[in-house]
Design a protein around this ligand. Structure first.
Ligand code: G3H
Ligand code: 13P
Ligand code: ZN
Length: 333
């Protein structure tokens, strides 16, 4: 039997994005695969009074099981309440690639889905996205479409170069599909190595400086779709201090570079209503776990390394809500 997200206490992204547009901030979309990540996300968002989108990728479904993840999101609603703030929580399918997968998620209680047809032709992308929108809207579920391709890894698909979103295509795509938000490509990229060293410059200390995001494309899109919610994927900042901790304690992350925080801050004040972050969470947890393993090699209780990893994750998500996305304090808008 189908389950509606409404019965689970979840919300779709409609009001979240309308409020974010009005308030000039972006709602955090954090990926989760396990309990510690879920605890960190909810604690961070409750303590900063931020709305949140919990994202489940194809990889997360394979790793943790979609049903379990859905029950965890349902549990998150009760958990937030217990922690003292009923923040708006959406459960979102990240990078859905087929109608059947989106339908399955909608039927099992997701309140929002992404149909990523960006690897198809423009016409096929419209056709697929429209089909998902028709089913989703009949169930009160919101849909994110994508135009343009990000460089980097999207689940099993690897794109070597980004193909920026063409502003001249956005009106037709949004009108014909009826999607509720649009993910665009303006130079962000998935993973911890978003740019090759050859694409970057170096500052005086030798730190890699990535090429700036294409705010000119974002502005053109905003002009064509005034007030329409825009989404940025691949928006981890890949903090150099955490990469240094990982490498100090036995890791081998090389030439890692992300999106500078001030550029995300600028994007969050624009039409960008949702910012996707996964890699920074992975980096924060890995740094904390490596530190415990290196400093206390006799430790074998998972709570003794997953606990610090959870705390580190919570700390970076609180900081993002407060100083990068600007979503802190907007849970009760
Ligand atoms: O966009 C990709 C997300 O970071 C999810 O990655 O499929 O490895 O869970 P994943
Ligand atoms: P990062 O790899 O930059 O964290 O991006 C995550 C993402 O876009 C999930 O859809
Ligand atoms: Zn993504």
């Amino acid at each position: 039997m189908a389950t509606s997200y409404k019965d689970l206490g979840l919300v779709n992204t409609k009001k979240m994005f309308a409020d974010a547009t009005k308030g000039k901030y972006a709602v955090p979309a954090y990926n989760f695969n396990n309990m510690e990540q879920m605890q960190a996300i909810i604690q961070a968002c409750v303590e900063t009074k931020s709305p949140v989108i919990l994202q489940v990728s194809g990889g997360a479904r394979k790793y943790a099981n979609q049903t379990l993840l859905r029950f965890m999101a349902q549990g998150a609603v009760a958990y937030a309440k217990e922690l003292g703030c009923e923040i708006p929580i959406a459960l979102h399918l990240d990078h859905g690639d087929t109608f059947e997968l989106c339908k399955d998620c909608i039927d099992s209680g997701f309140s929002s889905v992404m149909i990523d047809g960006s690897h198809h032709s423009f016409e096929k992308n419209i056709e697929l996205t429209k089909k998902v929108v028709e089913y989703a809207h009949a169930h009160g579920v919101t849909v994110e479409g994508e135009l343009g391709v990000l460089a980097g890894v999207e689940d099993d698909v690897v794109a070597e170069h980004s193909h920026y979103t063409k502003p001249e295509e956005v009106i037709e795509f949004v009108t014909k599909t009826g999607c509720d938000s649009l993910a665009i490509s303006i130079g962000t990229s998935h993973g911890a190595n978003k740019f090759t060293p050859a694409q970057c410059t170096r500052d005086e200390r030798g730190v890699l400086i990535p090429p700036p995001l294409r705010f000119d494309i974002l502005e053109e899109i905003e002009k064509k779709l005034p007030g329409f919610p825009i989404v940025l994927h691949g928006s981890s900042s890949v903090p150099a201090d955490l990469i240094a901790v990982i490498n100090k304690f036995g890791g081998a992350m090389k030439d890692s570079v992300g999106i500078p925080e001030e550029q995300l801050r600028k994007a969050a004040k624009s039409a960008v209503c949702k910012i996707n972050i996964d890699s920074d969470g992975r980096i924060a947890m890995t740094a904390a776990i490596r530190k415990v393993f290196a400093e206390t090699p006799s430790e074998f209780d998972p709570r003794k390394y997953l606990g610090p990893a959870r705390d580190a994750l919570k700390a970076i998500y609180k900081a993002k809500n407060e100083t990068v996305l600007g979503s802190a304090g907007h849970a009760l808008d």
